[in-house]
Ligand binder design. Structure first.
Ligand SMILES: Cc1ncc(COP(=O)(O)O)c(C=O)c1O
Length: 377
């Protein structure tokens, strides 16, 4: 791809082509727009790809997290230990069930919950753990498993990631939730998937995503509370087409990440957040974030990049310091210093499979300029 110094470089860009168009048109012509044959096909293909026994497709990552948490038995008054350094949905779903999110600080190297902090936070009210594989880096779930509590993994950013023990994220047996918004590794427009091993829990999730009906739709007497968290056939068709190209998309993302690492390594004071691979763990590339030097004016830097045609954004703010969480749970600054330090300094840069070497070079040069830092190449 050619790049001129004036072309706008977006933050994200989905890869969609003739295969997705054809698949959508076939669905429209079939007249089956929801609860048709593509739902099961998409679930089976996704489960096989991740190496999970089962999968349930849902309307979003948030919907998947909500149903996965209910399946873990979380109820009114329970506590769920989770990360304050995440997209807000992973905490919100705990509140949906009138349970309490118990935040613990993150490990500065992995940016995911520190297992020893999680162990120290367990009480008799702890019903589950909700680790978040933020920025696609796998949380230390093997260490969390030793706490003997139900686990729901937020894998919304982590398709393609692997744990240090070689197991793919999504294939450990407990519920793991993926998301398919347009900026993710693969997209269905909106959508999500829960992978799991227990057929009883799958039956519950499949029923609750469809208003509490039995999966075979045999009866209309709803004997449990449900939601409309269904994924349409149109979305499943896009998802199946995206799965065909997934390995290529993941490889392209890894290429872009490697090029960024090389281009940004020489900028004085800039921190590259999380490893690409370490101790056998592998990152599933979702986003490219950097930590600005302490004391930088992040907003001014983002504005200056925008003037140069480069999109970027603060990513991620700390959940416990959001107004709703401060007001509802009485959180305050200083509770989770590692999370707060990273949340104040982290910035997401343009990141998508088609990003060219020239564009990456332009982002790196602009970043060094707006930071006023030396860049050794
Ligand atoms: C870490 C994390 N959790 C949950 C979600 C929610 O996914 P969705 O937007 O599909 O509801 C996202 C998506 O942005 C995410 O990044």
């Amino acid at each position: 791809m050619t790049d001129s110094a004036h072309d706008e470089i977006p933050l994200a860009q989905p890869v969609l082509g003739a295969a997705e168009e054809d698949a959508v048109i076939r669905v429209l012509r079939s007249g089956r727009l929801s609860l048709g044959p593509l739902l099961g096909a998409f679930e089976e293909r996704f489960a096989a790809l991740v190496g999970a026994p089962l999968a349930s497709a849902v309307s979003s990552g948030t919907a998947g997290l909500h149903l996965a948490l209910r399946a873990a038995g979380v109820r009114d008054g329970d506590e769920v230990i989770t990360s304050p350094f995440s997209f807000v949905a992973s905490a919100n779903v705990i509140v949906y069930e009138r349970a309490r999110p118990v935040f613990v600080d993150i490990d500065p190297r992995t940016l995911t919950i520190d297992p020893s902090a999680a162990a120290a936070a367990v009480t008799e009210r702890t019903r589950a753990l909700l680790p978040v594989h933020i920025f696609g880096w796998p949380a230390d779930v093997p260490a969390l498993e030793r706490l003997g509590l139900p686990i729901v993994e937020d894998a919304c950013e982590a398709l393609g990631a692997r744990f240090a023990d070689g197991v793919a994220v999504g294939a450990r047996g407990h519920q793991a939730v993926f998301a398919f918004y347009a900026n993710k590794q693969m997209t269905t427009g909106e959508g999500g998937m829960v992978t799991l091993a227990d057929p009883v829990l799958k039956e519950r999730i499949d029923s609750e995503r469809n208003q509490g009906r039995a999966p075979d739709m045999d009866w209309l007497d709803h004997d449990r509370l449900g939601f409309n968290y269904r994924l349409s056939e149109i979305a499943c068709a896009i998802g199946l087409a995206q799965l065909e190209r997934l390995q290529g998309l993941l490889a392209q993302r890894a290429r872009v990440a490697a090029a960024y690492r090389e281009a940004l390594a020489g900028i004085e004071g800039l921190e590259l957040l999380c490893a690409d691979e370490e101790g056998g763990a592998v990152r599933g590339w979702f986003v490219y974030t950097v930590g600005l030097p302490r004391g930088s004016d992040r907003d001014a830097m983002i504005r200056a990049l925008r003037e140069l045609g480069i999109q970027s954004k603060p990513y991620l703010p700390a959940i416990h310091l959001m107004s709703y969480y401060r007001e509802t749970f009485g959180h305050r600054a200083g509770e989770f210093p590692v999370c707060e330090d990273i949340a104040e300094r982290s910035v997401a840069l343009p990141f998508f499979p088609a990003l060219s070497e020239a564009q990456i070079e332009r982002v790196a040069g602009a970043l060094a300029d707006v930071l006023g830092r030396r860049r050794s190449t």
